[in-house]
Design a protein around this ligand. Structure first.
Ligand code: GLV
Ligand code: MN
Ligand code: MN
Ligand code: MN
Length: 418
């Protein structure tokens, strides 16, 4: 990318914020929930409907649409030079079970708005611009998350995914084919860069009064699966000394692991988001617990130390609670730092528009973590009201959405021109 490519200082806004907002609200009707949010778990019928709508809009915008074996959808606006590397722009259309209207969707639909804006302005770019929807970013139904981008960069291999079964017992590939998105057309072009516009999902930008976040990097994420085995026994007759209560073991583990993590760094994030207690009977001492652990930090050494503490704590539960346990690593995403020239490019776009920006790290994981392994990558954040996300009440003001998209468009245009 040649940052010497200067956009005219009086360049009028390229993108149409109202059109983008109306697309976001139309997409939010798919899998709509009672309190304003969405549920579009990966590879469900709702995910299919969202994909179909995106593909229809992309074709209407003149894009060539390709679907790869991981179900990633690539919508390409050709550049002047057929061999020039593509500028990739995107995010994900799948959501959390109680997801909001913006997480992921914004980055995909803003990419499409950039394409429409370039069409409307009659701008030809040297590089093709490809808008991408990555499969299963969230990792709720199928673990690990970031599946599509992981497959694209070679971090997840097809045969790993073949073994993956959803929490509802449905295997990944048959479900991908059922919804009609098991493709064979890979995007083989070289990549000039990857841009992802996303809501911040935290409180920093709102607190600073900035509309645009220039993301410096993403902290590391590690997912563990813990299984604890005790013994099913009668709740009324079994004395305390005879119990091997897997839930009590899990509770002790969670409290102790949190204390250990926060003792290392108050900024360490540790979450036990999914706990299964079996047999799930009100009057039986539970004999089995499965639990997920989500660990986040930008220092891999600290992630290693907390994982080790958890493995040791699970072993120690044999003495204190009489349970046996296993800990399995389900995902490991290394921390990344984004491309410096692309961060500067985003900053130039924001300042050219007179929009306040701020540099910040990302606490959430994104497909950009994977893309950064193979191509120069960067992310743009817009504020999340109250710092709230993974919640139906997730909100970003229409004007901030429009600003984020315009900053994206100018950064992409500069990159695709140079
Ligand atoms: C998903 O959005 C995550 O950050 O885990
Ligand atoms: Mn997201
Ligand atoms: Mn998310
Ligand atoms: Mn995410």
């Amino acid at each position: 990318m040649d940052l010497a490519v200067n956009l005219r200082p009086d360049l009028p806004r390229l993108t149409d914020g109202e059109r983008l907002w109306s697309d976001l609200m139309a997409m939010a009707k798919i899998g709509a929930l009672a309190h304003g949010g969405c549920c579009r778990l990966s590879l469900t019928d709702e995910d299919r409907q969202a994909r179909d709508l995106f593909v229809r809009w992309a074709r209407e915008a003149g894009c060539e649409v390709r679907v790869d074996p991981f179900g990633n959808i690539f919508a390409t606006r050709a550049g002047r030079s057929a061999d020039a590397a593509h500028v990739l722009v995107g995010s994900h259309l799948d959501t959390q079970p109680h997801g909001g209207r913006f997480d992921g969707v914004l980055g995909v639909l803003a990419g499409l708005e950039v394409v429409r804006a370039l069409n409307a302005a009659g701008i030809e770019t040297e590089h093709a611009v490809t808008v991408v929807n990555w499969t299963n970013e969230e990792g709720v139904r199928f673990s690990p998350g970031l599946t599509g981008s992981g497959g694209f960069v070679g971090a997840i291999r097809a045969y790993d995914t073949a073994a993956v079964t959803g929490v509802d017992g449905v295997p990944f590939y048959p479900e991908l084919h059922r919804i009609g998105y098991g493709g064979a057309a890979r995007l083989t072009s070289r990549l000039a860069g990857y841009y992802e516009l996303h809501i911040e999902q935290g409180p920093v930008l709102e607190g600073a009064g900035a509309t645009i976040g220039i993301v410096e990097g993403i902290q590391g994420v590690r997912w563990l699966a813990v299984e604890l085995a005790g013994e099913d026994r009668h709740a009324g007759t079994t004395p305390a000394a005879d119990r091997r209560d897997a839930f009590m073991a899990a509770a002790r583990l969670a409290i102790d692991a949190r204390a250990a993590a926060l003792a290392l760094d108050r900024d360490f994030r540790i979450t036990f988001g999914r706990v299964g207690v079996e047999p799930g009977s009100i009057n039986t001492v539970p004999g089995r617990v499965t639990m997920s652990v989500d660990l986040r930090h930008s220092d891999v050494d600290l992630l290693d130390r907390v994982e080790k503490e958890i493995v040791e704590a699970v072993a120690a539960l044999a003495g204190s609670e009489g349970t046996r346990g296993t800990v399995t690593r389900a995902m490991d995403v290394a921390p990344v730092r984004f491309d410096a020239a692309m961060q500067d490019n985003i900053e130039a776009s924001a300042s050219g528009l007179g929009i306040a920006s701020q540099r910040l790290p990302s606490g959430a994981m994104h497909d950009a973590s994977n893309l950064a392994r193979i191509a120069p990558s960067a992310m743009i954040f817009v504020p999340s009201r109250g710092g709230i996300s993974h919640n139906e009440s997730e909100w970003t003001d229409p004007a901030q959405v429009a600003d984020g998209c315009e900053v994206l468009a100018r950064a992409v245009l500069r990159h695709a021109t140079g």
